[in-house]
Design a binder for this molecule. Structure first.
Ligand code: MOS
Length: 763
């Protein structure tokens, strides 16, 4: 889109604005963390355990140490001064709390057991292969049945009424178990760290979704003061939860660099992405629903298992949406954490909600089938008007309208409910629907805004753009408030030297940065206007600052206010009509810049926001085509309708939902990390074997935003939209598959082997 076509001024909020960082990426000039190079840079390569459980009996590094270019071989006892971080629930703690090489025990296949630092990457790789390790191996536990051998404690996280009694009394009951597999994060940019020490200070170039938390954590790990650590992550080749916290490679790179006294680069390769940098854990969820004969829910029980590693307690909160998405008097959600010999899990796009809603929304569809009721009618009948979990009103909830809009778009009124009853072009068609929700909040954020004497303006915040359009949102606010064109707005992000900004996680950046940036611009503008009024050389000298404003990057008298009263100004013929460019006033006052800073009050400290349940909502309508004769299933269309508050950038926003819908398609039909039972090795740990959707797999995708501002969340009415787009995709597809084939798949991914059971034949 040409710059001239982007709506100007206040209309830029809500417009479809192309990313301001787009040209840097398409021309290859954007530098990602691992693109950094330094004189004297050394390369580290990690060595992974080849057993899934046991201990190192012996490690012989003598040959490796003698190889050309080798600077250090590190393993248990050789890595100096690395510490544990205090385990805490907030972002920023070490994801895998055990420091690398902490002992000789092996907890999962692929655990780092050694690292080589060498002059070149090739020398490091060659030496890594020359390390001889013998293990005492035990049988790892990578069983996929999470109930098997479970001896831990099941915890109740939500309870109201008496769901067990209500289930006994219910006219209709659904009692089914749903499973979702381990899914591996596969962003284009893999994890990696470049560590550069200068004396006691270290700069870490890491692919991070949260540089501020990363700095704190790495300071703890390295045992140095926080102010000695700087983390930089200017561009990120996406991170959907896997990069929220640092992983052991960051520790290895930073500690190795300190030990060898040289900058060190350590990258995680695609195979290593399947072990030591988090994954969405496997879940197994039993859902029990009770309803009256006319479809009013009377009971919901959601009892799930979620897998974690041997040493860390990562919980996939599958039941987070269950207490409030439907109205139901009797409900309980319970969690059981199951240990397996796998790496520590991590959040992945829509953590909890995505697998949780696969189970709950699939069960709702099964209930509709059993009641012979339209699945939309069933949802309307049980729509929640308030959050019955927290007993609070919703700040803004338009889920029903999402369903109605989607029904209109796909033509739901023509849907015939019988399995295999809809045909098109010689194929069986199935339609399914499911709802989505995700929490909103306004998290703390600070930002600065600066009018500079070179005629440019700058916005600064330490938050990072994980590829979702955050740079552009800052620029939109700066333009909205000042009228300075986008090509004169510089946005600096992703560096802990900048004012503290939020972790890019939980879809909470947009709602946080808007008020902080608006506050920074207002303060800078106020200062600029004061300077215009106070500077003797200024044509506005003597004006009341309140009579002035900034428009189109110029200082102008407000409409209806007394005109310029200041001393003669050589360009004054023009000034009263058009105002004066801000940089001219700065020059008159001999200022290099005028800065303002903004900070938002987080919603958890805002008495008004605390009176509401803050959530976004949405629905996906999926269509599948089933070619029974050749057992071929295609998802042909997905309509996604979202109520995510006011959308600030329709282009970046739609892009989020499209990407998330594609991730949902991968979850539904393709993705599953499979661990070899005897060794615990992810046997499909590569892009050759771990399937993700490619362009040829994509259906027609259609995104609609309802665009209702949520003014409880912030003055812009914007919530976040990243995570929610993935919620609801899998149950919509699974329900469409049932509608087409009569096969109900409760264990993802849906495979052709499942669908061969279909008795639906071509007409
Ligand atoms: Mo969020 S789990 O960082 O996509």
């Amino acid at each position: 889109m040409a710059a001239s076509q982007i709506p100007q001024g206040a209309n830029i909020i809500g417009a479809a604005v192309p990313r301001i960082d787009g040209p840097l990426k398409t021309t290859g000039t954007a530098r990602y963390s691992l693109d950094r190079d330094f004189p004297n840079l050394a390369h580290a390569v990690a060595v992974q355990a080849t057993i899934g459980k046991g201990r190192i009996r012996s490690l012989d590094a003598s040959a490796a140490e003698k190889m050309p270019g080798v600077l250090a071989v590190l393993y248990h006892g050789k890595l100096k001064d690395v510490y544990r971080t205090f385990p805490r629930q907030q972002d920023g703690s070490m994801a895998e709390t055990r420091p690398p090489f902490d002992d000789e025990k092996i907890y999962y296949w692929g655990q780092y057991v050694a690292a080589v630092v060498a002059e070149t990457l090739e020398q490091a790789r060659a030496a890594a292969q020359a390390i001889r390790i013998e293990y005492d191996a035990e049988a790892p536990d990578v069983r996929t049945d999470l109930g098997a051998g479970f001896e831990g404690k099941r915890e109740s996280s939500w309870k109201r009424g008496d769901p067990d009694e209500a289930l006994k009394a219910a006219a209709v009951v659904i009692d089914e178990t749903y499973s979702t597999p381990v899914e591996t994060h596969n962003p284009m940019e893999m994890h990696g760290t470049v560590a550069v020490w200068e004396g006691e200070n270290v700069t870490l170039y890491d692919s991070s979704q949260g540089v501020v938390g990363h700095r704190t954590t790495m300071a703890e790990v390295l045992g140095v003061p926080r102010e000695n650590v700087r983390t930089i992550s200017r561009f990120i080749g996406s991170g959907f939860g896997g990069k929220l916290s640092p992983w052991p490679q960051a520790t290895l790179a930073a500690a190795a660099a300190r030990q060898v006294g040289r900058p060190v680069k350590l990258s995680v390769d695609r195979r290593m992405m399947f072990t030591g940098v988090g994954h969405r854990p496997r879940t197994q969820q039993r859902i029990r629903l009770g309803a009256t004969a006319d479809g009013k829910l009377t009971a919901i029980r959601h009892d799930f298992y979620t897998e974690t590693s041997q040493l860390d307690d990562f919980v996939e909160h599958c039941g987070e949406q269950t207490p409030f998405i439907y109205s139901c008097p009797n409900l309980e959600v319970t969690t059981a954490l199951v240990r397996r010999n796998v790496g520590t899990p991590a959040p992945m796009r829509g953590p909890g909600a995505v697998p949780g809603l696969f189970a709950l929304e699939s069960a709702i569809d099964e209930l509709a089938v059993k009641l012979k009721m339209d699945p939309l009618e069933l949802r309307y009948k049980n729509d929640a008007e308030r959050d019955e979990g927290k007993n609070l009103p919703f700040s803004s909830r338009h889920l029903k309208e999402c369903y109605q809009t989607g029904a209109e778009k796909i033509g739901w009124k023509d849907r015939t409910p019988a399995v295999g009853s809809m045909r098109r072009n010689g194929k069986v068609i199935g339609w399914g629907v499911a709802g989505a929700s995700w929490a909103a909040a306004r998290v703390p954020c600070t930002a600065t805004f600066e009018f500079c004497t070179n005629g440019r303006v700058c916005v600064r915040c330490a938050t990072q753009d994980i590829g979702t359009g955050t740079y552009t949102l800052f620029a939109q606010v700066a333009h909205e408030k000042t009228g300075v064109p986008l090509d004169r707005i510089d946005v600096f992000l992703g560096d802990t030297n900048l004012p503290d900004g939020p972790t890019s996680g939980g879809s909470m950046v947009t709602s946080a940065i808007l008020p902080a940036t608006a506050g920074a611009v207002s303060q800078a503008t106020q200062r600029l206007l004061n300077i215009a009024a106070m500077t003797p050389e200024s044509p506005f000298h003597g004006s009341h600052p309140d009579s002035l404003t900034v428009a189109e990057g110029r200082i102008v008298a407000k409409q209806g206010q007394p005109q310029v009263v200041g001393a003669a100004y050589h360009g004054s013929a023009d000034v009263s009509a058009k105002g004066l460019p801000f940089e001219e006033v700065l020059r008159m006052a001999n200022l290099s810049s005028v800065m303002g800073s903004g900070r938002n009050v987080p919603s958890f400290e805002d008495p008004k926001a605390k009176q509401y349940s803050l959530h976004s909502f949405g629905a996906h309508f999926a269509e599948v085509e089933w070619d029974a004769e050749i057992a071929r299933l295609r998802v042909s269309r997905i309509f996604s309708i979202f109520d995510a508050g006011r959308i600030i950038n329709k282009k970046a926003g739609a892009n989020q939902i499209l990407g998330a819908a594609i991730m949902g398609l991968g979850m539904s039909l393709m993705e599953e990390t499979v661990y070899e039972p005897h060794t615990g090795q992810p046997i499909n740990g590569s892009f050759a074997d771990y399937l993700v959707p490619v362009c040829a797999d994509l259906p027609d995708l259609d995104v609609t935003f309802l665009d209702y501002p949520d003014l409880i969340v912030n003055e812009y009415g914007a919530r976040g939209i990243g995570e929610i787009g993935m919620a609801g995709v899998a149950p919509a597809i699974a329900s469409a598959v049932y509608h087409a084939t009569g096969v109900r798949v409760r264990e993802l991914p849906i495979r052709i082997e499942d669908l061969l059971k279909s008795t639906v034949r071509e007409a």
